[in-house]
Design a protein around this ligand. Structure first.
Ligand SMILES: Nc1ncnc2c1ncn2[C@@H]1O[C@H](COP(=O)(O)OP(=O)(O)OP(=O)(O)O)[C@@H](O)[C@H]1O
Length: 338
């Protein structure tokens, strides 16, 4: 699946208002077959809007979404929606709100199978297989959602998505409302599905540790734009963008004891300013506020690690790089996301 130049602007302030929020701008992202890509960024950076545009729950303002090379935004809406929804399924954050409490678990799975033409003979066996795949007992098919734990409900939501045999699952913070003790089980389930069924996943999260655990690649979103992307291990060990450094520095890590610098963090977060350049404005000579940065490759090309930042300086010879914040000015500022 590939997203090219995706943009989304929401009108705000009522019918006659000319105000708008730019939630996404020029987003390019691809996910290979069986690959897991994490999308990280703070609240309001546009992660859910990206997933909702890809799932066609929102209409993008611009750009293309290709699945197996076909731009699904150019297909007839009804046909595309049938085809596309069976290729791509979304798992939401809230396992409590996503299952209607009036129905038993088997209803959700039967309905999903029927809507996508996979009902009929063999349904009973398929239901049991789906439950086994997500690690639930078949006798839970007769339960109501309130009789299940949060982790079990999220497994049902994943089983419902799997019922249509999707190529891609868009998982929007699927573990953030779960108890820490059951999160790992859901992450392991997602990992197993990728290996056993070759399903690709976009994993949206605030949690960098889980991105490192689960995702092959991690993409970092700030103010509706991707500012850095790379193999998860490399990107999180060598963050090149000041914003990624901020996110990484906020994760408690005994191995980095002493490296957390709240003053630098505060400086990077400083003012909000409007300009035509980079969303994450941090340059004393105003270049950031004047020009959009281009992508720079970071380190070894095998890590597919790039950053979009004027402050990035490759380090000659060593194969490493100067972290942008090492050269970042005190006046690093964050522009309005709107
Ligand atoms: N329907 C909408 N109407 C107006 N603005 C919206 C709408 N949906 C999202 N936005 C705005 O778009 C921006 C991105 O929101 P989005 O929900 O995608 O962020 P997010 O990174 O997923 O945040 P969170 O992690 O809190 O879910 C925000 O400024 C938000 O207020």
């Amino acid at each position: 699946m590939e997203v090219r130049g995706l943009g989304k602007t929401f009108p705000i302030g009522g019918l006659f208002s000319r105000h708008s929020v730019r939630a996404l701008h020029g987003v390019d992202l691809s996910i290979g077959r069986g690959e897991i890509v994490a999308l990280v960024g703070e609240s309001g950076s546009g992660k859910s809007t990206l997933a909702r545009c890809v799932a066609r729950l929102e209409k993008p303002s611009e750009g293309a979404i290709l699945v197996d090379g076909v731009d699904i935004l150019k297909r007839d809406r009804f046909q595309a929606s049938r085809e596309f929804r069976s290729q791509l399924q979304m798992v939401f954050q809230d396992p409590f709100g996503s299952l209607n409490p009036a129905h038993r678990i088997d209803h959700f799975l039967r309905r999903s199978l029927a809507i996508h033409g996979r009902g009929g003979a063999g349904t009973e066996q398929r239901l049991e297989e789906l439950m086994a795949t997500v690690g639930l007992q078949a006798d839970m098919l007769d339960s109501y959602p309130h009789e299940l734990s949060g982790g079990q409900r999220q497994r049902v939501a994943i089983a419902r998505a799997l019922a249509v045999e999707p190529q891609v699952i868009l998982a929007d913070e699927p573990t953030s409302m779960l108890d820490v003790s059951v999160r790992i089980g859901v992450l392991n389930l997602m990992r197993r599905l990728r290996y056993e069924q070759g399903i690709s996943m976009l994993y949206i999260t605030h949690d960098l540790a889980s991105a490192r655990y689960l995702a092959d690649r991690t993409a970092v979103m700030f103010a509706g734009e991707l500012v850095e992307e790379g193999e998860s291990l490399d990107l999180l060990a060598n963050p090149a963008h000041p914003y990624t450094q901020l996110l990484v520095s906020a994760v408690p890590d005994p191995a980095r004891a002493g490296s957390y610098d709240p003053v630098r963090r505060a400086a990077l977060r400083q003012a909000v300013m409007a300009s035509t350049g980079c969303s994450f404005d941090g340059d004393p000579d105003q270049r950031c506020s004047a020009d959009q940065p281009v992508r720079h490759q970071v380190g070894d090309p095998a890590n597919r690690h790039w950053v979009r930042c004027h402050l990035y300086r490759p380090r000659a010879g060593a194969g490493g790089h100067a972290l942008a914040a090492e050269t970042a000015p005190q006046g690093a500022a964050r522009k309005a996301s709107a």
